[in-house]
Design a protein around this ligand. Structure first.
Ligand code: SF4
Ligand code: SF4
Length: 432
């Protein structure tokens, strides 16, 4: 793609970067068929190629973008399906992240939009505030007809009255069972430390059972991904810095062999910390050490070698979270582990398409998100599973809103198969 940046613009490293990415696009259009919004809406401007063109125009012109441009960029899920498809290696992620930051710093959104985005960026990364908001959401769910569509979507996704913090999200050390093979930090995050603690508990149990000393580092929390998706890089950096400093203290203290992440959206973000901290030379070494050690729980268990489980008749439909499949290129390890653990693993059709969760997307774009959620659930149900497995809490909540089949995290099944309890969602649904 030809670009028309001036010499002055190209002196800015971010524009120079964007220019390199844009010039790789050859307009071939291979990415269109795998883009969820293009598949649903059929509009070129809601395809990767169309958005790349809009982003090029926006960055070349500088200043605030047109509302129409913002509409099409906002509809992008950042699912990165286009990156997996592109034969020319266009780094769409860099481009869209940069574009979102540009939009937030130059474009004035209508106030309901502005306040909803600010509220989400604030509340989701603060576990005590999120607990209160979730309880309010659970009450609001009883009166769905009285709420505007976006607030109704928010309330629908609120899993219920939040309990107090579970022990696993407090700082601490949990010894390995038997001989210690690794010392591993468990990333507990922000939203998942409130609504998905059973996942962390399962991860800690299965890692300890496989010879890991598990550490929850004091001060580590949000990875910054949620705010980065909202275009607020400064807020993302603030959260990420706290986590980097706290893991760096562990690395320099007793050492860490790995940082285990059981939320793939967070894993994809942490692995990219060298870029996020590019303008923070004082933290570059720490960010790079953290990024090098970050692994998805399925990657780590593959390295450790899973203790074989008894064959089960349980049929598992495996859902590829986009942040695992496209963001980290991890498709085989979770499937292989589940099969080794004795499950009958099935892959649904349209596995490359996003479920519509995508960070805060299902709260900000409820119409598209609900169509994708329903489509994903229908594809999963077609393989007739007893349970759906996914590697990201956002997908679990989103898919769970469109099916009665229990949806659990992959590590909950691996924990169960190697001696842990049955995943609570399966027990609630009365599944074998
Ligand atoms: S990131 Fe996903 S939604 Fe956005 S353009 Fe690429 S494929 Fe489409
Ligand atoms: S597949 Fe890649 S090169 Fe082709 S149009 Fe899409 S982004 Fe451009």
């Amino acid at each position: 793609m030809q670009t028309r940046f001036s010499e002055g613009q190209l002196a800015d490293p971010l524009i120079a970067d964007a220019n390199r990415v844009l010039r790789k696009c050859v307009h071939c259009g291979f990415c269109l068929a795998t883009c969820p919004t293009y598949v649903l809406l059929g509009d070129e401007l809601d395809s990767p190629r169309g958005r790349i063109y809009l982003m090029k125009e926006m960055l070349e012109t500088g200043g605030p973008p047109a509302a129409e441009t913002v509409k099409h960029i906002d509809r992008c899920l950042s699912c990165l399906s286009c990156v997996s498809t592109c034969p020319s290696g266009v780094d769409y992620r860099r481009l869209v992240d940069q574009t979102r930051v540009h939009i937030e710093s130059t474009f004035r959104r209508p106030w309901p939009d502005r306040w909803l985005r600010r509220f989400l960026g604030w509340v989701l990364v603060r576990p005590p505030a999120l607990r209160i908001a979730m309880s309010a959401g659970a009450l609001a769910r009883r009166f769905p007809g009285l709420l505007p569509p976006r607030l109704a979507a928010l309330a629908r996704l609120s899993p219920g009255i939040a309990r107090g913090p579970a022990p696993i999200v407090s700082a601490g050390r949990y010894p390995a069972e038997g001989e210690r093979r690794m010392r591993v930090a468990l990333m507990t995050g922000c939203v998942q430390s409130v609504t998905g603690t059973e996942i962390h508990e399962a991860t800690a149990r299965v890692l300890r059972r496989h010879g890991c000393e598990v550490v929850v580092a004091e001060g580590a929390g949000c990875c910054g991904a949620l705010n980065l998706h909202l275009g607020d890089e400064r807020a993302a950096l603030r959260s990420a810095e706290r986590s980097v400093r706290s893991w760096w203290r562990e690395i320099q203290g007793d050492g860490l062999d790995a940082i285990a992440v059981d939320a793939s959206g967070c894993g994809a973000a942490i692995k990219d910390y060298v870029h996020l901290f590019r303008n923070r030379p004082e933290l570059r070494e720490a960010a790079s050490a953290v990024a090098e050690r970050a692994v998805d729980a399925s990657e780590l268990l593959s390295r450790l070698g899973l203790k074989p489980g008894p064959a089960r008749s349980t049929v598992v439909a495996y859902h590829d979270a986009c942040s695992l499949r496209h963001g980290q290129q991890l498709t085989e390890p979770p499937r292989r582990l589940l099969a080794e653990a004795g499950f009958d693993v099935r892959s649904p059709s349209e596995g490359h398409l996003c479920c519509g969760s995508a960070g805060t997307y299902n709260m900000l774009q409820p119409t598209i998100a609900s169509q994708l959620g329903a489509r994903k659930a229908a594809n999963l149900e077609r393989v007739r599973p007893d349970v759906v497995a996914a590697g990201n809490l956002g997908c679990i909540v989103q898919i769970g809103a469109y099916t009665n089949i229990p949806v659990v995290h992959t590590v909950e099944l691996l924990d169960w198969a190697t001696g842990g309890p049955r995943p609570p969602a399966m027990s609630r649904a009365g599944r074998a």
